[in-house]
Design a binder for this molecule. Structure first.
Ligand code: F6P
Length: 525
């Protein structure tokens, strides 16, 4: 059964027909802000700037109950195989559980395995930082290059950048993802093979881009160090696929494993996060896990009407399906969160960019929004014009921190003033009267936003923030009745790329290329 056939969905549809004509300016007030905000330890969330009235949230909460959000949540945390198309559990949350906890998968408590890997990550991190892990020639490691793509790149890269104020002196961490040789070439520029450690991050260890970059990195290293046994000192694999890791030439002792119940886009908490630990030290990595675990506990235990991931998921569905908004702008007022929009593109769009239900029925309603964003204030001078006066209404999510980790306190005041002002301007707009009847200077307002204000963006709060978004996206997947945990949509292009690559040698592959592709191929030959 599709979720839009539920009476609760129908009631929202009817209610939305009225709400589309309501302006938020007619709803505002202190009481509304109190009712539509939430304080968690270290985090204040304002969602009063939404095109909703008292009835809207009640109807949305009824939809959440009708879709059994709580039941699905509990099944996810308990290790049930909720990734139905791949028949797998979805247990990235287990990666942030304390050692005393127990999470059962197929009769095994997986927490001891998780902590064994965490201990190995800590040992490697400490050894690299103390200089007891040296390169093949005995020199200290100074450069870490993480080679991975998608979830094996976006999460660790985003977090490593977000925690820049905590970077360990003497260590530079770089990320290579694109199969474009420029990416690897630029990363290797200025590196000394004797002091460079490569992390080959790939859940499957078969991803074309990562394998190609890893092979070229190995060739670069061996061209300089000459000896095959240098690999052991300069390559670590982060993967689920021991066979492929061994075949590549990395000994299992240099492999940090994780399990198939960790989805790629949720894997930064696993051994895939080694680059983070190497960048900032293991204590900060532990704090990141603790922050995420705190958000997990909130998601698991708070009543729906005070449950932040649930509320944000409901607001997202309200805007997407009932207010017909197709975009979502993620706007961190924090330069260190530079890569957050790209990371959330994968979390949201790879999870929920689906057109059929869990049972394979075509969906008659919209799913994942188009996620984009830039750190404030840069975005203000790029695309905010469209947010304020364009013909589409794009819900915005503002993210800031009370305290800055940078030394220039007076900059932070200006930064936060801009964030607060933008949310207000989007909502209130500027009337024709206020703009002297100049249509070019009139702002319709009524443009919704959520504001998340953290105490500071350290590892703990960053963990909270990421887990909040993971669970928000999960809630939306349940409300849409889809499987948020597969990603078959990336397959077709990959298969065709292999045919294009193979077409010079193989007539069968050649036959799979369309006329436009054939001409483009001939022009690149
Ligand atoms: O983009 C598809 C995808 O499978 C992602 O889900 C994943 O994060 C990425 O490729 C990389 O996969 P792997 O870690 O197996 O190399």
């Amino acid at each position: 059964m599709l979720n839009n056939t539920l009476p609760e969905w129908g009631a929202l549809d009817t209610h939305a027909r009225t709400m589309r004509y309501v302006h938020m300016n007619d709803l505002v007030g202190e009481g509304r802000v109190k009712a539509m905000s939430l304080s968690l330890p270290g985090l204040y969330a304002d969602f009063s700037r939404q095109r909703m009235n008292d009835d809207t949230m009640g109807l949305l909460l009824s939809l959440a109950r009708a879709c059994d959000v709580e039941g699905w949540r509990d099944r996810m945390f308990s290790g049930a195989s909720i990734n139905t198309t791949e028949n797998r559990a979805v247990l990235h949350t287990a990666l942030r559980r304390p050692a005393k906890d127990s999470v059962m998968v197929d009769g095994e408590n997986v927490v001891p395995f998780i902590h064994d890997v965490l201990n190995r990550m800590k040992a490697i991190t400490d050894a690299v930082h103390s200089g007891t892990w040296t390169g093949y020639t005995g020199k200290r490691i100074t450069t870490i290059i993480n080679i991975g793509i998608g979830g094996s790149d976006l999460g660790p890269q985003m977090v490593a950048e977000a925690l820049r104020p905590f970077h360990v002196d003497g260590i530079t961490v770089k990320f290579v993802s694109n199969v474009d040789g420029t990416h690897l070439h630029n990363a290797l520029h200025g590196c000394d093979p004797a002091t460079t450690l490569f992390l080959i991050a790939s859940k499957t260890f078969t991803t074309q881009e990562t394998m190609k970059n890893a092979q070229s990195a190995r060739a670069w290293l061996l061209a300089k160090l000459k000896k095959d046994d240098a690999i052991a000192k300069h390559f670590i694999a982060l993967s689920t696929n021991e066979k492929a890791v061994t075949a590549f030439g990395i000994h299992p002792d240099n492999m940090l494993p994780f399990r198939d119940w960790v989805g790629g886009r949720f894997s930064l908490w696993s051994s895939i996060g080694l680059s983070i630990a190497l960048a900032v030290g293991f204590d900060h990595f532990r704090a990141l896990l603790d922050g995420a675990n705190a958000m997990d506990r909130h998601f698991q235990t708070a009543p729906l009407h005070q449950n932040l991931p649930v509320l944000m998921g409901l607001i997202g569905v309200w805007n997407r399906n009932f207010m017909n908004c197709s975009g979502l702008a993620v706007l961190p007022y924090d330069q260190n969160l530079l890569h957050l929009p790209a990371f959330l593109q994968q979390v949201d769009m790879e999870s929920n960019g689906k057109r059929v239900s869990r049972d394979g029925e075509t969906l008659p309603y919209a799913t994942a929004p188009i996620v984009f964003g830039e750190p404030g204030t840069n975005g203000q001078h790029a695309f905010y014009q469209m947010l304020h006066q364009g013909t589409d209404i794009v819900p915005c999510e503002f993210i800031g921190s009370r305290e800055s980790l940078a030394p220039y306190a007076d900059h932070h005041h200006i930064l936060l003033a801009n964030m607060i002002a933008q949310a207000q301007a989007l909502m209130t707009g500027r009337s024709e009267r206020e703009s002297n009847n100049n249509p070019h200077q009139t702002f319709p307002g009524n443009r919704p936003s959520v504001t998340l204000l953290f105490d500071r963006m350290d590892a703990f709060h960053l963990g909270q923030l990421i887990a909040l978004y993971e669970h928000k996206v999960f809630v939306q997947g349940i409300l849409w009745g889809i499987n948020s945990f597969d990603q078959y949509g990336v397959e077709l292009g990959k298969i065709l790329a292999n045919s294009v690559l193979d077409s010079g040698k193989n007539p069968e592959s050649q036959g799979k290329i369309d006329p436009a592709g054939a001409i483009l191929l001939s022009l690149t030959a």
